[in-house]
Design a protein around this ligand. Structure first.
Ligand SMILES: Nc1nc2c(c(=O)[nH]1)N[C@H]1C(S)=C(S)[C@@H](COP(=O)(O)OP(=O)(O)OC[C@H]3O[C@@H](n4cnc5c(=O)[nH]c(N)nc54)[C@H](O)[C@@H]3O)O[C@H]1N2
Ligand SMILES: Nc1nc2c(c(=O)[nH]1)N[C@H]1C(S)=C(S)[C@@H](COP(=O)(O)OP(=O)(O)OC[C@H]3O[C@@H](n4cnc5c(=O)[nH]c(N)nc54)[C@H](O)[C@@H]3O)O[C@H]1N2
Ligand SMILES: [Mo]
Length: 865
C-alpha cells in the first residue's frame, strides 16, 4: 500500500538510475561558457590539488514556502556539489536555514538536459499567427537572437498599432513587461491563488491584509495547551524550521489537532488528533462548532463562550452587540440557532455536508472553550474553495467566541508558507534595486478561473482590483506575453487555455525550460536562472533572515537575462533602454544591499543592515554612500545570509492583536467599527456586488451551497442520489515540486511519483489497486495517473498533487502528465476565487495503455530542427 507522505509505490532510488541521472547532469555541464575539459573535471578529477575551489552562495529562489541557504562548490567553473547552511552551529534559538531535497537537487535543474539553449520559433509560425491550431504540437526551429527579437518587436508594434493595449494579455514579470507598460499597458489576470478568499479585503473584518502575520511568534507556541493546525500542512509546505518549532511545543506537552480531508504529514509528525472535514465544507463544520458552543454554554456552570471578549472586542455576535447603522436586522447567534431559516446549524445538520462525526464536532467545540490556552492556526487551503467567502470571518468568529486572541498561547490566525509557526513583522527586510517604477496604465483584470472563457467569449466582468462591482465589457485579445511565472499552467481551465492560446495572433514566452507557457508559444526566448545572473540578488523568507546570493556560473548556451531581452526589445520599439535600466545589474544589487533594513533594539524602528565603506564602493565601482549597519558587506556576501539572532524572552516576540485586546478603544483595528466584525455589511456588499455568484452572502458568516463542491457531487442532495461527477477532488502542494518547478528533475521524479491519492474504500469499490493506471475526468478534462491507495484520506475525496506539467496525448485528448488545472475548471462564485480544493470528478481503472513511471519518462527536451 502506498503512503500519503510521498506516494512512493514500489519505486526505490536504485544505484543504476542514480548513476544514469548523474551522468545526464555531468554531460550537461559541457556547455559553452564552461571550461572545455568540463567532463573530465566533473567525472574524474574533482579534488585535484591545483583546481580552484570555491563555495558560492547559490539562489534557491522558488516559491516553496521555505527559504534556505544553498551553496554550490564550484571548481574551475563547474558545480560539483551542493551543501546547505553551515555558517553557525544549529540550535533552536538560532537555527540553521537548511535546504530540502528540492534545493539540494537544484544543479540538476539549472544544468538540466531540458534547459532551453537557443531562441526558437515554431515551424509553422508567421507574423499574424500562421497555422495557430499547431500551437503546442508544432516542431521547433532554432533562430538567431536577432531574428527572434525582430519578430517579437514586430508583432508588438503591429498589434499595439492595430488593436491597442487592451488587446494584449500579460501576467507576471518586471523586465520585458515594462516595455509593454510603456507601450500603453496590457490587461492582466487577477488570481486569488495562495490566500483564496482572504483576498476579499479582510481588513474590513479587522484582520491584517490577506490574513498574514495574524498569529504569534515561534517562542509562544509551547504556551498553548492545544494547537489546531486547520487546513495547514507545514511538514510538507513550509520547508526550513517550522516543523521543528512545532515539535518543541509538542515536547513541552502541547496537544495537536489537524482539521481537513487528510491525515497529513504534519498530523503524523505531531501525533495529532485528526478531525475529518471534506474539502470546501469548513463553513458547515464551523457553524456547527458555533452551535455547540452557544447551546452548551452556561456562564456559571459550563463557561464555553468568552462573553467579556465578545463584549469588548467584537460587534455583531448577537442582537445586543450590533454595529451602528447595520443594514440588516440579523445577527450571527440567531442565524446559528435557526431563527431566520428554520434550520439550526446543529452537528447533525453539518455532518451531512462536512462528513465530520457529530461527536467530533462537539469534542472540537469543547476543546476550544474559554479559559483553555488554544492557538487556532489556519493555512489558506480552506479558503481556496468556491463559496469559501465566509471562511475568514467564521474562523475569526470561532476564535473570538473562545477568547483565543491576543494572549500568550492563544491565537486565531494564519500559519503557512514562510511564516508558518512564526508570525510577526520582518526583523530584516530586503532593499530596493532603485530602478524607476513603470506602472501599468491599464487597470483591467480577467478573473483567473474565467480568464480563458473570457478570451474565448470576447466578454469579461471588469471588477478591477479592490473595486468590486459588476461591469461587463468587450474583450478582444490578440497577443499573450508570458515573462516570469507559469501562469498558464497554474491557472484553472487549462483546456480552455489551450483553445485561447490557439485563438490569438501571437504568443511569446521568456523561459528557462519548455514550461507550458513556452510549449504553446510561437516564439520562445531562453532565459537565465538566478545562478547565471550577473550581479547577484537578495531573497527574503521567514521574518529572521535575508539571503544574498552570487553568480555561480556563466549564462548557459545562448540564454540571456530578462533584462537583457528588455533592453534589446526597447531599442527595437524606439525606446531608450536607459529610461528603464539607467544602471547595470551590479549597481542594482548594490542598491538592494545598501537599502536593506534591520529592526533596531527598540523593536519598532529599522536601520541599515549592511556596513558599507568608501573602499567597498570603490572596489565595486558603483555609486553610493558609506553607511554603518549590523554586518560588513564582505561577511554578508561570504556567508550569503544575515540571520537575526533571537533569544527566548527578547523584545522581538510577537503576540498578534495584544494591544487591541488589552485596550480596544485606544488601539482600533482596520475595520469600520475598529473591532472584529462578526457582522460586517462591507463584506457582504463586496462579495455580492461582484456579480459572479448568487447574492446570498450575509454580513455575518452564513452557509451557502457551493456552485461546485460537495453538494454538486449529487444529482439530488436530499435523496442522496449521486451525480455524474460523484467525487470531490483537491490539490495538496507537494514535495516533488515547488508548484511547477522541478517537475522535470530526474532525482525528484525518482523520489516522488505524481499519483492520484485514493482512499482505500473508494479504490476497493472500483477494483483499483495501488499502482494501477487510473482515468480521472470531469466536464473540463481528463487525466491519467497511477493510484496511490491510502488509509489517510476521507472517502469520496481524491487528492491530486498541484503543479505537474500538462502533457496532452493528442490522439486521445487525455493529459498523461496529471496537471491539476485540466480538471479544475472555470466555475466561479462570490469573489471569483480559484477553487483548487473543491471541484468534482469521476474516476475508474484505465483500460488503455498503462502509464510508465514518471522517472522513466523522457524529460521534456526540445528536439530542434
Ligand atoms: N513542497 C511544496 N511546498 C510548498 C509549495 C509547493 O508547491 N510545494 N507551494 C507553496 C505555496 S505558494 C503555498 S500557497 C503553500 C500552501 O500551503 P498549504 O495551504 O499548507 O498547502 P495545501 O497542501 O494546499 O493544504 C494543506 C492541507 O490542507 C488540507 N485541506 C485542503 N483543502 C482543505 C479544505 O477545504 N478544508 C480544510 N480544512 N483543509 C483542507 C489538506 O489536508 C492539505 O494537505 O505551500 C507552499 N509550500
Ligand atoms: N489547481 C491548482 N492551481 C494552483 C494551485 C493549486 O493548489 N491548485 N496553487 C496556486 C498557488 S497557491 C500559487 S502561489 C500559484 C503559483 O503559480 P506560479 O507562480 O505560476 O508557479 P511557479 O511554478 O512557481 O512559476 C515559476 C515559473 O517561473 C519561471 N521563472 C523563475 N525565475 C524566472 C526568471 O528569472 N525569469 C523568467 N522569465 N522565468 C522565471 C520558472 O521557470 C517557472 O516556470 O499556483 C496556483 N495554482
Ligand atoms: Mo501560493
Amino acid at each position: 500500500m502506498g503512503n500519503f507522505i510521498n506516494g512512493i509505490i514500489d519505486k526505490k532510488i536504485n544505484r543504476r538510475n542514480f548513476l544514469k541521472a548523474s551522468a545526464v547532469g555531468a554531460a550537461s555541464l559541457a556547455l559553452p561558457g564552461c571550461s572545455s575539459n568540463t567532463l573530465t573535471k566533473a567525472g574524474a578529477d574533482a579534488s585535484s590539488a591545483n583546481s580552484e575551489e570555491k563555495w558560492i552562495t547559490a539562489a534557491c529562489w522558488h516559491n516553496c514556502g521555505g527559504r534556505c541557504l544553498n551553496k554550490a562548490l564550484v571548481v574551475d567553473g563547474v558545480v560539483l556539489r551542493q551543501k546547505t547552511d553551515d555558517t553557525h552551529p544549529d540550535s533552536l534559538q538560532y537555527p540553521q536555514q537548511r535546504g530540502c531535497l528540492r534545493g539540494r537537487s537544484q544543479r540538476q535543474q539549472v544544468f538540466g538536459a531540458d534547459r532551453l539553449k537557443y531562441p526558437m520559433k515554431r515551424k509553422h509560425w508567421e507574423p499574424g499567427g500562421g497555422d495557430k491550431s499547431l500551437r503546442g504540437k508544432d516542431e521547433w526551429v532554432r533562430i538567431s537572437w536577432e531574428e527572434a527579437l525582430d519578430a517579437v518587436a514586430g508583432e508588438i508594434t503591429r498589434i499595439y498599432d492595430k488593436f491597442g493595449p487592451t488587446s494584449v494579455l500579460a501576467r507576471k514579470g518586471n523586465a520585458t513587461l515594462k516595455l509593454l507598460r510603456k507601450k500603453g499597458g496590457y490587461i492582466t489576470i487577477w488570481d486569488s491563488n495562495s490566500e483564496g478568499t482572504y483576498n476579499l479585503d479582510v481588513k474590513k473584518l479587522g484582520i491584517p491584509d490577506q490574513g498574514y502575520d495574524s498569529a504569534n511568534d515561534r517562542f509562544d507556541l509551547k504556551n498553548a495547551e492545544t494547537i489546531v493546525l486547520y487546513g495547514s500542512n507545514p511538514a510538507m509546505t513550509s520547508a526550513g524550521s517550522p516543523s521543528w518549532y512545532f515539535m518543541e511545543a509538542k515536547k513541552a506537552g502541547t496537544e495537536f489537532i489537524c482539521v481537513g480531508p487528510a491525515y497529513t504529514n504534519s498530523a503524523a509528525v505531531f501525533d495529532a488528533k485528526w478531525i475529518h472535514v471534506r474539502p470546501g465544507t469548513d463553513t458547515a463544520f464551523l457553524l456547527a462548532v458555533a452551535y455547540t458552543m452557544i447551546t452548551e454554554d452556561d456562564p456559571i456552570k459550563n463557561p464555553i463562550i468568552d462573553w467579556d471578549f465578545l463584549n469588548r472586542c467584537t460587534v455583531g455576535f448577537d442582537a445586543e452587540h450590533m454595529p451602528a447603522g447595520a443594514k440588516l436586522n440579523e445577527n450571527f447567534k440567531d442565524y446559528v440557532l435557526g431563527k431566520y431559516d428554520n434550520q439550526p446549524k446543529t452537528p447533525e445538520w453539518a455532518t451531512e455536508i462536512c462528513g465530520t462525526p457529530v461527536e467530533d464536532i462537539q469534542w472540537y467545540a469543547r476543546k476550544i472553550r474559554k479559559g483553555r490556552k488554544v492557538s487556532l492556526l489556519h493555512g489558506f487551503a480552506p479558503a481556496r474553495n468556491r463559496n469559501a467567502e465566509n471562511f475568514p470571518q467564521l474562523f475569526l468568529t470561532i476564535g473570538a467566541m473562545g477568547g483565543h486572541i491576543g494572549k500568550p498561547g492563544e491565537a486565531t490566525g494564519q500559519s503557512a508558507h514562510t511564516n508558518a509557526a512564526n508570525s510577526g513583522p520582518s526583523l530584516v527586510k530586503p532593499g530596493s534595486d532603485g530602478l524607476p517604477s513603470i506602472p501599468n496604465p491599464i487597470n483591467e483584470y480577467l478573473m483567473a478561473p474565467v480568464a480563458w472563457k473570457s478570451v474565448l467569449e470576447g466578454k469579461y466582468n471588469s471588477v478591477g482590483q479592490w473595486e468590486f462591482s459588476k461591469n461587463i465589457k468587450d474583450l478582444d485579445i490578440h497577443m499573450i506575453y508570458w515573462e516570469d511565472g507559469a501562469r498558464f499552467q497554474t491557472t484553472p481551465d487549462l483546456m480552455g487555455g489551450i483553445e485561447a492560446h490557439r485563438k490569438v495572433d501571437f504568443v511569446v514566452a521568456n523561459a528557462q525550460f519548455l514550461k507550458t507557457e513556452a510549449k504553446y508559444a510561437d516564439i520562445v526566448l531562453p532565459v537565465t536562472t538566478p545562478w547565471e545572473n550577473a550581479g547577484g540578488g537578495l531573497l527574503d523568507g521567514n521574518r529572521e533572515i535575508l539571503i544574498a546570493y552570487s553568480q555561480v556560473t556563466e549564462p548557459l548556451y545562448e540564454a540571456k537575462s530578462d533584462i537583457w531581452i528588455g533592453k534589446e526589445l526597447a531599442k527595437r520599439l524606439g525606446f531608450d533602454p536607459k529610461d528603464f535600466w539607467p544602471f547595470d545589474e551590479k549597481q542594482m544589487f548594490f542598491n538592494q544591499i545598501a537599502s536593506s533594513k534591520v529592526m533596531l533594539e527598540d523593536a519598532k524602528s529599522y536601520g541599515p543592515l549592511v556596513t558599507i565603506t568608501d573602499a567597498d564602493i570603490k572596489e565595486w565601482g558603483v555609486k553610493g554612500k558609506p553607511q554603518q549597519g549590523k554586518i560588513v558587506l564582505k561577511e554578508f556576501l561570504d556567508k550569503g545570509i544575515y540571520q537575526f539572532k533571537r533569544t527566548e524572552g527578547d523584545q522581538y516576540g510577537f503576540i498578534c492583536y495584544k494591544d487591541f485586546v488589552k485596550d480596544p478603544e485606544n488601539n482600533k483595528l482596520s475595520s469600520a467599527s475598529g473591532k472584529f466584525e462578526i457582522y460586517c455589511d462591507a463584506k457582504a456588499d463586496l462579495v455580492n456586488n461582484m456579480g459572479f455568484g448568487p447574492a446570498e452572502f450575509k454580513p455575518y458568516a452564513n452557509y451557502t451551497v457551493p456552485v461546485e463542491g460537495y453538494e454538486t457531487t449529487f444529482d439530488n442532495f436530499k435523496s442522496k442520489t449521486k451525480g455524474e461527477y460523484p467525487y470531490l477532488i483537491y490539490n495538496p502542494h507537494y514535495f516533488r515540486r515547488s508548484h511547477t518547478v522541478f517537475d522535470n528533475v530526474p532525482w525528484l521524479r525518482e523520489a516522488w511519483t505524481q499519483p492520484i491519492f485514493i482512499s482505500a474504500s473508494d479504490a476497493a469499490e472500483k477494483g483499483i489497486k495501488d499502482g494501477d493506471t487510473v482515468l480521472i475526468w470531469n466536464k473540463h478534462g481528463k487525466v491519467l495517473r497511477n493510484a496511490s491507495v491510502v488509509e489517510t484520506l476521507v472517502p469520496g475525496v481524491l487528492a491530486l498533487p498541484h503543479g505537474a506539467w500538462i502533457d496532452i496525448d493528442e490522439a486521445t485528448g487525455i493529459d498523461v502528465g496529471g496537471a491539476d488545472n485540466v480538471l479544475c475548471g472555470p466555475t466561479v462564485s462570490g469573489i471569483a476565487v480559484s477553487g483548487y480544493n473543491n471541484y468534482n470528478c469521476n474516476f475508474k481503472k484505465y483500460e488503455g495503455k498503462p502509464l510508465i513511471p514518471d522517472c522513466n519518462k523522457p524529460q521534456r527536451i526540445v528536439d530542434l530542427k
